[in-house]
Ligand binder design. Structure first.
Ligand SMILES: *[C@@H]1O[C@H](CO)[C@@H](O)[C@H](O)[C@H]1NC(C)=O
Ligand SMILES: *[C@@H]1O[C@H](CO)[C@@H](O)[C@H](O)[C@H]1NC(C)=O
Ligand SMILES: *[C@@H]1O[C@H](CO)[C@@H](O)[C@H](O)[C@H]1NC(C)=O
Ligand SMILES: *[C@@H]1O[C@H](CO)[C@@H](O)[C@H](O)[C@H]1NC(C)=O
Length: 745
């Protein structure tokens, strides 16, 4: 290269002053000087420093640093230089680096503006020498395994604007020196194990726009000087042990869009000053001990989208400004002591997706206005004192979950509900609903949970119910259903739990129910059923819990483990059940293919078996056809019409965004977390590790696992509750079994 430079140089000297050549020469000189000349020794030092550090890393990391050889650091992967050849940027995010920072010679990089080593496996402490990076503006060491405390020397980084240390294992206090860095605009130190209180002097950071301290162990109260952070837009304090009240000074944060205080120990009432926050979009206050009323003007800026304050002690009426808050997307106020007439307190929310007002003291009738919320997916109003009729939900055809249970609703189920074909959970249990159940309920082809228990429904169980071909759990108990159990019920092959107890069902149990091979629990107790239990029940291999008590049943038990091993109470108060089970008399004479064995009985059995076989074949063919159709118009949630997105948020909440404290196991391709969902159900969440660049292949494998698991159902196989094929966080959600049967997956 140097000889090439010599030529034009001498040519130029010899020739006349040709201007073009002069310019060319100048450019070349500049290039040469910037690459080699003045800072050659500094560059050499930087190269040596980086190579030393590289040598200290685990071998597995090194292939990704294969370009790090020789002396021209500016050409190395992840390195950026200024125009005099000094390193200004080191960006090795997500490079699978494994090692420590102890061999990193911080003093060799006086010009470094940005150091990004995020998303690696760097462990050990953050060396105090980090203070040598005098020019540093951006420090991102997030998503590593760093431990120890944040060194005080971070306070020497006078130009720092972004400090990201989140998702590590850092402990100790926030060094007060950080509060002197008045150019700081973003602090992300969430998801560590930091302790101590939030320093008052944090109020010095007048340029701060984002302060994220959530999921640590911070204690003490929220300092009132937080109100000095007048440029703050986002304040995340969730998941700590903060006590005391929410300081009124929060109302001074006029640009605040997000205030997250969830899961602390805050008490007292919500400051009225919250109404000053005109840009507020997200207000998350749940899981504290907050009391008093909700401030009247929370939605004064008209931007409020997510307001969650569930699990507190809030009292009083809904503020009028929420009635007109058309920006609302998600509203969670369940488990408080809020009151008021639900008909008057709520308006029409075109963007509303999720509402939970359960476990409060709302009364009055449900307005048809809920039916104007076209984006509504979840409406949960259970355990209030709501009266009147079930609305028609005219236009809320996206409803997935409708839970109006444990109220005082009267009238019947409107036929129009049959149009809500996205419904997957319909719970109207424990009300005063009456009349017969409309056949239109069978149009809910995606329904998985149907609870109509503890009402006054009468008439026959509609045979059309078999249109709900995804149904997992059907509870019709504690009503006045009469006539026989419809034989069509035998074609709801997905059914796992069937409770028809405490009704007036009569005649024989239809043999078709024997086709419910996925059924795990069956309760027919307290009815008027007669005749014998069909032999077809031999086939119900998933069955574990049965209750047939208080009926008029007689004859032998089916040859089925659940029956043979059931306790006597499962059969008590019948006319004449007999067999080998505890508490039953042996059958007087073998009536099943036994000694009497007249040829006609055998013939009948063979005939029935032949018909059953034929039915299974026909059904099998139908299934295959239906199934392949389903596969064709597959979207990301198609295998199961499970409400993945909503539950996904629940899972995020339940696991505190996959906090390691919920992790119960890590395998080759997944981590498993134990999570208690809001419903109280405990599930195992299998979070698949994403392999960079093979996302699509992974997703394919994932979807095939989901499909397989959703097809099988057996008592020895885990119940798959749901999944979410989010490209970054594919999740599988199983029934949680203590002792870890999921480990075999
Ligand atoms: C604060 O931020 C503004 C605008 O981003 C910037 O001009 C100013 O220099 C910053 N102040 C300090 C002390 O860094
Ligand atoms: C900071 O906040 C305190 C208490 O809220 C207040 O007294 C003080 O004037 C504020 N300082 C500045 C510079 O705004
Ligand atoms: C919540 O606050 C009430 C008073 O409002 C108090 O009696 C109760 O002990 C507090 N509960 C917790 C868990 O702090
Ligand atoms: C069956 O239902 C009855 C009445 O609803 C209930 O008392 C009983 O506990 C149930 N049996 C089982 C095994 O759950």
């Amino acid at each position: 290269m140097e000889s090439q430079v010599e030529k034009p140089l001498s040519a130029n000297a010899a020739a006349s002053q040709h201007s073009l050549q002069v310019i060319l020469m100048a450019i070349i000189l500049m290039l040469v000087s910037s690459c080699l000349a003045p800072s050659a020794s500094a560059a050499g030092q930087e190269a040596e420093a980086l190579l030393n550090w590289k040598a200290s890393l685990d071998n597995t990391s090194l292939s990704l640093l294969s370009s790090w050889v020789g002396n021209s650091t500016c050409n190395w992967d992840g390195i950026g230089c200024n125009n005099i050849g000094s390193i200004t940027h080191i960006n090795l995010t997500g490079s699978a680096l494994r090692g420590t920072l102890h061999s990193f010679s911080f003093s060799s990089f006086p010009s470094l503006l940005s150091l990004n080593l995020s998303h690696n496996s760097i462990s050990g402490t953050i060396p105090s020498e980090i203070g040598f990076l005098k020019s540093l503006q951006i420090l991102d060491l997030s998503e590593n395994n760093l431990n120890g405390s944040i060194p005080h020397e971070v306070g020497l980084l006078g130009n720092l604007t972004i400090l990201s240390l989140h998702n590590n294992e850092l402990s100790g206090n926030i060094p007060l020196e950080i509060c002197m860095l008045n150019s700081l605009s973003v602090i992300h130190i969430e998801k560590n194990s930091l302790t101590g209180s939030i320093p008052e002097s944090i109020g010095n950071l007048s340029n701060l726009t984002v302060l994220a301290l959530h999921r640590n162990n911070f204690s003490g109260s929220i300092p009132s000087r937080i109100g000095n952070l007048t440029r703050l837009k986002e304040l995340y304090l969730m998941g700590n042990q903060l006590t005391g009240t929410i300081p009124n000074e929060v109302g001074k944060l006029q640009f605040l869009t997000l205030l997250g205080l969830v899961d602390n120990r805050l008490n007292g009432s919500l400051p009225l000053e919250l109404s000053n926050l005109k840009f507020l979009k997200n207000l998350w206050l749940s899981g504290n001990n907050l009391s008093g009323n909700i401030p009247s003007d929370l939605c004064s800026g008209g931007l409020l989208e997510m307001f969650t304050a569930h699990n507190n002690q809030l009292t009083g009426l809904m503020p009028t400004s929420l009635r007109n808050c058309t920006s609302l997307v998600r509203l969670r106020l369940e488990r408080n002591q809020l009151t008021g007439n639900i008909n008057e307190e709520f308006g029409i929310y075109p963007k509303l997706v999720y509402v939970d007002l359960s476990y409060n003291r709302f009364y009055g009738e449900l307005s048809e206005n809920w039916g104007e919320c076209q984006n509504l997916q979840s409406l949960k109003l259970s355990n209030n004192r709501i009266s009147g009729r079930v609305p028609q939900f005219e236009r809320s055809i996206q409803l997935h979950v409708l839970d109006l249970s444990s109220n005082n609703l009267t009238g019947t189920i409107p036929r129009e509900l049959g149009r809500l074909t996205s419904l997957f959970n319909l719970n109207l249990g424990d009300n005063k609903l009456s009349a017969s159940v409309p056949p239109e309920i069978g149009m809910l082809t995606n329904l998985q949970y149907l609870n109509l228990a503890a009402n006054d429904f009468n008439g026959p169980i509609p045979e059309q119910l078999n249109g709900c071909r995804e149904l997992l759990n059907l509870n019709l108990s504690k009503n006045k259903f009469s006539e026989s159990i419809p034989l069509q019920m035998g074609s709801i092959h997905s059914l796992q739990v069937l409770d028809l107890s405490q009704n007036s069902l009569m005649r024989e149990i239809p043999p078709q129910l024997g086709q419910l091979v996925k059924l795990e629990a069956l309760n027919f107790s307290h009815n008027e059923l007669s005749g014998s239990i069909p032999y077809t029940f031999d086939n119900m291999l998933s069955l574990t819990v049965i209750d047939l008590s208080f009926n008029h049943l007689e004859g032998p038990l089916p040859n089925n483990k659940a029956f043979l091993e059931a306790s006597a109470v499962a059969f008590e108060n019948n006319t004449g059940l007999c067999g080998n089970a505890t508490g039953l008399n042996a059958c007087p004479t073998e009536t099943r293919g036994g000694k009497k064995g007249s040829k006609s009985v055998i013939l009948i059995v063979v005939f029935v078996l032949a018909i059953l076989f034929f039915a299974f074949v026909v059904f099998g063919i139908l299934c295959v056809c239906c199934y392949s159709q389903e596969v064709q118009n597959e979207n990301q949630f198609a295998v199961w019409s499970y409400d993945g997105r909503l539950e996904y948020e629940d899972i995020i909440e339940a696991t505190e965004e996959f906090n390691s404290k919920y992790c119960v196991g890590v395998g080759g391709n997944a981590s498993v977390y134990k999570a208690e969902l809001q419903t109280g159900r405990i599930v195992a969440v299998k979070k698949l590790h994403i392999v960079q660049d093979s996302g699509v292949a992974n997703l394919k494998a994932f979807e095939s696992e989901v499909r397989t698991l959703s097809e099988i159902r057996h008592r020895n196989i885990l119940k798959l509750y749901g999944f979410c094929s989010h490209p970054q966080h594919p999740l599988l959600v199983y029934d949680f079994i203590e002792g870890g049967a999921w480990k075999t997956y």
